[in-house]
Design a protein around this ligand. Sequence first.
Ligand SMILES: Nc1ncnc2c1ncn2[C@@H]1O[C@H](COP(=O)(O)OP(=O)(O)OP(=O)(O)O)[C@@H](O)[C@H]1O
Length: 589
Amino acid sequence: MKSLLVYLKEYKKETVLAPLFKMLEASFELFVPLVMAAVIDVGIASGDGSYIIRMCLVLIALGIIGLVCSITAQYFSAKAAAGFGTGVRHALFEHIQNFTFTEMDTLGSSTLITRMTSDVNQAQSGVNLVLRLFLRSPFIVFGAMIMAFTVDAEAAVIFVVVIPLLSAIVFGVMLITMPMYRNVQSRLDSVLLTTRENLAGVRVIRAFNKEQGERERFEKENQMLTDAQKFVGRISGLMNPMTYIVVNGGIIALIYTGAVRVNMGSLTQGEVVALINYMSQILVELVKLANLIITVTKAVACGNRIENVLKIHPDMENGSMSWEEGKERAEHAHSGGADEVPIVEFDHVSLAYKGAGAESLGDISFRVMPGETVGIIGGTGSGKSSLVNLIPRFYDATGGEVRIFGQNIKEYDTESLRRHIGVVLQKAVLFKGTVEENLRWGNEQASAEEIEEALRISQAKEFVDNKDGKLSFRIEQGGRNLSGGQKQRLTIARALVRKPDILILDDSASALDFATDAALRSAIGGMKEHPAVFIVSQRAASIQYVDQIIVLDDGRVAGKGTHEELIRNCPAYREIYYSQFPKEEAANG
Ligand SMILES: Nc1ncnc2c1ncn2[C@@H]1O[C@H](COP(=O)(O)OP(=O)(O)OP(=O)(O)O)[C@@H](O)[C@H]1O
């Protein structure tokens, strides 16, 4: 939590003024019992009405001044806490943007959402409360004790016994509950994860009649959260009765001692009332302190969870070479007489995901020249997506080397690298906004002609033209007002608007009919500045005519070459091909 306090730096003035005004309020509060004692001992004892009225006016003045101080403190603490929360949220968001896919996989998005929202809110309330109470409450507790000593040292000994006892209870509860709040937060993560999964997959759940199972899963997670909260609540709940018992015991002792000492003539009635008032003030303040400690305990637990995310440094180091620099080097070497340098080269590449035992890719080697089209085919889980994900450096190879223009991909600045790669992922994701806004994600500066061209190549032009408002047609969240095929075509257009040097289509034509898929491939083939294209597909027809096909089987290259070569030499390819085109059909075709 400590390192988060830097986000209060901009609010130094507020962090000083808020506790100071609270202390000022507390100082006025400490005088109230003395004024009341004077009203009883002087005003009432001598029947002096005007004295009583004057003292009552003093009490009202003390109250008003205290209120003004309190409101001012509240203003400063709220300002500092809100600024702190905004700063932390901003830093967390920025930090998460730098996470690699590996970190995102490890942490999971639901815990990151909890940390960005409820954890930050909790830490913010902690800061707000601390600024107001961390000086005020101990000040009143010790101030009231000192005032009690000035009233009557002998009776005040009771305070010396009561305060440490109360402190022991308060701090004891705090120490016990601290780790429990951490547990509560992680249970909250699980509930959010279940909720998110349920909401994201609501159609599938209904289609498979799994509502009951999902309900039970949610209830189980929710029950575990409730149990954890109840348990910690019970322990925290012990604090108030325990503190009240001790304080009321103290008041009884005070009334008894006071009565004896009033009888002896060494204490006045007003002074006994003042002592009881001080004891009550201490009780109220300790209850506030206890609540403060509970809030702070939660805030620290939440702050630590935020800090743990901020402490994660992406294990992917960014290089400094720009795409243009890499390309220039390659061209320079070629014009100097060397062979043309491949735009992408895999040299004995392997990949084992973090936490996964086995390798998902092993010993993969191939070279792709600029403008070439490569097809990647293989059964489900054979590693096709894993392979193409290494090209924009979504993951780093755990063995071997991926090279772009002959340079290790790790030498490149990832931003520059990704600017030249158009990726169309398996799952078409669009954002709420117009068609044009979505396409401009690919390139904000794209001209109207470039957008039209991208729509034409991706076979999306016709359906966009038929939509109300055409490019201004509003896409709903997640693209739910578009069909699967329309979404896929728009995500392809978005990647094309970027005019990439490498275009990766990861099973991104799966929702298109054969004719549209063929028209798409032919339009990509006819592009003026033809990028190197990687087509990942389960359909042999989609990759049959490409320059090079890589056949993957269980993370290994089972074959590499043109369609004709593979039909002759690669049993795995033959099996896939003939399962989709029975021999007679293939022979006739
Ligand atoms: N982020 C990840 N973390 C851990 N393991 C992963 C991750 N992504 C993929 N894998 C594993 O790597 C292997 C290859 O998966 P990959 O998605 O690359 O296959 P694929 O050939 O693209 O499959 P499909 O055609 O079904 O999309 C699988 O065993 C999968 O479980």
